[in-house]
Design a protein around this ligand. Structure first.
Ligand SMILES: [Zn+2]
Ligand SMILES: [Zn+2]
Length: 195
């Protein structure tokens, strides 16, 4: 592999997602110095970190290793790198394939950081006819609940608003591969890869 090429690609994918080196490093529990090193081509992530990086960016590890993103993957990248904004006052959520300056309730909305799902936010997927029935074992009280689910594929986006006192469950029509995002009022935003 070519460290410089891989480094440049890591840098551009990170920026596409609107992450700083520090934010990316925090998601991976590593130091931002490591990220900076990779991006300058001074080293490369080891295999386990490479897999994690590929998951965060939604690309294959082979893409990171070659340092080259094919055109079709790049166009899918617009939707892959969906940015979600949440109003700190009313809780309204917005999704966008680009970064915008948005405000709501007189406050600036800031992009939500995306993390990979932890044990408390695991999903169970059950195919029902041509839809997927997704359930979580998660609290749905006013103090702590799932706020929305969004399914994003190359050309579609389905947004489902969720409310407290409902079941932590919803149905989506999923075609091909895409990403599912689930917002939690307490724990931020989680991303799942659907194939
Ligand atoms: Zn608001
Ligand atoms: Zn939660």
């Amino acid at each position: 592999m070519d460290n410089e090429k891989t480094g440049r690609l890591i840098c551009s994918l990170r920026k596409e997602m609107g992450l700083t080196q520090k934010q990316l490093a925090d998601m991976m529990n590593i130091s931002d110095k490591a990220v900076s090193k990779w991006e300058r081509g001074l080293g490369c992530p080891d295999v386990s970190l490479l897999t994690e990086l590929a998951d965060i960016f939604g690309v294959g590890t082979d893409v990171l290793l070659s340092g080259e993103q094919k055109i079709n993957e790049k166009s899918g990248g617009n939707m892959r790198n969906t940015v979600f904004y949440r109003c700190p006052v009313c809780g309204e959520t917005m999704a966008s394939s680009k970064k915008f300056e948005l405000s709501c309730c007189g406050r600036k909305m800031s992009p939500l950081a995306i993390s990979e799902a932890d044990d408390a936010h695991k999903i169970t997927i059950e195919p029902v006819e041509d839809e997927l029935y997704i359930t979580l074992d998660h609290e749905m009280t006013k103090a702590h609940y799932l706020t929305f689910a969004a399914y994003v594929s190359a050309d579609t986006m389905t947004y489902i608003k969720l409310y407290p006192e409902q079941d932590a469950a919803f149905r989506i029509r999923a075609r091909g591969s895409g990403f599912l995002y689930i917002g939690c009022s307490e724990h931020g935003l989680f991303r799942y890869r659907l194939r």
